[in-house]
Design a protein around this ligand. Structure first.
Ligand code: F6R
Length: 608
């Protein structure tokens, strides 16, 4: 969702800003713009639509000469994605330009006040109030001005600001929306995330809520809202430039699917030592671990689906009751959570607004929070008491793939760890699980290699109006994720149902030729699922099963089969999802969809 970049240096700013915006495209956006301090004034170009259009309009940035500037990709919230609503916004006196990521909750009352004061608005955005407030409160000292303006705003905001009185500087402000400063040599940068910085520098400063920065080519000063200087540590980005490039694949999504075995290995391998799960990242005391009487997992979207698998693993291995709540629901549900609850918050980006709000709510209720997070230094990670990072590397495609499977891997580790610590998992079973978890990256690679024929299967479903996914228990949890993948990137209506629920309504939707993807890897429930398969077949459904390669009975009953290597039931989801991601990918490809940037979706959902 919305992306911000800023530059202050000796090079032409606009081409650098455009390049940075391209790196942020994956976050999701529908308009874009840049502003540069020129010789006489601030110049702005913005467009409703793609960055390519902005590139064209500015002739690759040549039309905006100047070495200091800001840029923005907007994901519309207040007002349609038009040229006028695109950022940057300019103050009436032309002295200030701003870009904003987040939402100003009290913008309506501020707007009224500013209209009464005679300020003219050009857009329908909440953001525009900020630029007029800057003009209104400017007293010649930007530090004072930023403090005055921040004190008027409620909501979330990361801001990039230009002021023509300071032609060599950009200003950055952070409140509940990420902002990272990149440290160069004779030039400095800022951006909403490191993908836009990594080609310039690996040395970064993470701004915290309530901080702002004054950035010139040779200097970076950070202050808090009280005006006190803040000494910031410099962190080192570990991602390589290559990690954020397609590397020969036609889409990031396909590249990221192929990275899954490696990403899961990076998540698991350092945490298995001498046949034990060792979680140095989680310094739980023995006393605390024994005191936990329930676990709540909270997350959104695919991360929530990972949580559903995690629940089954933790309950089975550690015997602790687990409930899984959508973060957007938990935050408003008066949850029964206390100091005996361990809350597991799952987020790839670490910046999902609902997830952060749920995390805050749980902490306020006295629970300890374990974050399972991919992006280092993100808000979810910072708020958590303990963090288990998933080492997936940058995930650029909007639809998550390696984010999800590394979350499963992290949850398996937590389940095994708790099972062992709480002395619930018999030693022999624990050993078997450890041996098997070690093999998962290899089994995942085998799964990808075995499923080269998925484009043919995709050709059979890409023109269908709807696809159903069914399964029980672990298979049901993964079917939800399989259906989400198909609907979000191919725009085909896809629904997952617990197979046992079919007869309670959904079977009415099955017609001759309706594709039903049957997840058949939960051995204990296979007979039951097979009876559902036979029921839908009797109504004309075309059954595509996902099953172990030696599951002959399932193979015999299915119209088409997607095969995976055999593994333990609880671990099967991490294999089953791979061909489902690939099926969604090839189906979307066949339909000619914009796979990495599906319509209406954003990578990191930073608003409620
Ligand atoms: C689906 C997808 C989303 C995210 C969800 C949570 O492919 O990517 O459903 O899983 O928006 O995002 P994070 O994990 O960043 O909190």
């Amino acid at each position: 969702m919305c992306g911000i970049v800023g530059y202050s240096g000796k090079q032409e700013a606009a081409p650098i800003l455009l390049e940075g915006l391209k790196k942020l495209e994956y976050r999701g956006y529908d308009s874009a713009g840049v502003a540069v301090i020129g010789a006489d004034r601030i110049r702005i170009e913005k467009v409703g639509g793609r960055i390519a259009l902005l590139d064209e309009k500015t002739e690759g940035g040549k039309k905006l000469p100047g070495t200091v500037g800001i840029g923005h990709t907007r994901w519309a919230t207040h007002g349609a994605p038009t040229d006028m609503n695109a950022h940057p916004h300019l103050s009436n006196d032309g002295r200030f330009a701003i870009v904003h990521n987040g939402i100003i909750e009290n913008y309506a009352s501020i707007r009224e006040e500013l209209l009464r004061d005679g300020y003219k608005f050009e857009s329908e955005t909440d953001t525009e109030v900020i630029v007029h407030l800057l003009e209104k409160y400017y007293d010649g000292d930007m530090k004072n001005t930023l403090r005055s303006v921040a004190s008027k705003l409620s909501g979330s905001y990361a801001l990039g600001i230009l002021c023509s009185e300071y032609p060599d500087r950009v200003f950055a402000v952070r409140e509940s929306s990420p902002l990272i400063i990149g440290i160069g040599v004779g030039e400095n940068f800022f951006a909403s995330d490191v993908t836009a910085l990594v080609q310039h520098t690996k040395n970064v400063i993470y701004l915290e809520d309530g901080e702002f920065a004054v950035i010139s080519p040779a200097n970076i000063e950070v202050f808090d809202y009280a005006g006190r200087t803040v000494e910031k540590p410099v962190s080192r980005i570990t991602w390589s430039v290559k990690a954020a490039e397609k590397g020969g694949y036609p889409h990031f999504m396909l590249k990221e699917i192929h990275e899954e075995p490696g990403a899961v290995k990076a998540t698991i391998a350092p945490r298995i030592r001498d046949g034990e799960v060792v979680l140095d990242d989680l310094p739980f005391s023995e006393e605390y671990l024994q005191s936990v009487d329930q676990i709540t997992i909270t997350a959104c979207g695919s991360a929530y689906h990972a949580g559903l698998v995690g629940r089954l693993a933790i309950e089975k291995m550690a015997g602790i009751p687990v409930r899984v709540e959508l973060a957007s629901e938990l935050r408003y549900s008066d949850p029964i959570i206390n100091e005996k609850t361990l809350v597991i918050v799952i987020s790839q980006s670490g910046e999902t607004a609902d997830t952060i709000a749920a995390e805050r709510e749980c902490k306020a209720l006295g629970a300890k929070v374990l974050g399972i997070v991919n992006v280092v230094g993100s808000t979810v990670a910072k708020l958590a008491d303990y963090v288990l990072y998933t080492w997936a590397g940058p995930e650029i495609a909007v639809a998550t793939t390696k984010g999800y499977t590394t979350q499963l891997a992290a949850l398996y580790l937590v389940a095994l760890f708790l099972g062992k610590q709480r002395k619930r998992l018999p030693e022999e079973e624990y050993r078997e699980y450890i041996d098997e978890i070690d093999r998962l990256p290899k089994l995942m690679q085998d799964t990808i290699d075995m499923n080269y024929a998925l484009p043919d299967l995709a050709a059979q479903i890409y023109e269908k109006p709807a696809v159903f996914y069914i399964g029980r228990n672990t298979d049901y949890a993964v079917s939800l994720e399989g259906a989400l993948k198909l609907k979000e990137i191919s725009y085909i209506h896809a629904e997952a149902y617990a197979a046992g629920e079919l007869k309670h309504g959904t079977i009415a939707l099955i017609d001759v030729g309706t594709p039903v993807v049957a997840l058949c890897c939960n051995e204990a429930l296979l007979e039951k699922t097979m009876s559902n398969v036979i029921e839908v077949k009797a109504r004309g459904a075309k059954v595509i099963s996902v099953t172990f390669r030696d599951e002959d009975e399932v193979i015999a009953q299915s119209d088409e089969c997607i095969l995976v290597p055999r593994t333990k039931t609880l671990f099967a989801p991490i294999l089953e999802i791979l061909p489902l991601q690939m099926l969604a990918y090839y189906t979307a490809d066949k339909k000619g969809c914009d796979i990495d940037k599906p319509k209406n979706l954003a990578k990191s959902v930073t608003v409620e």
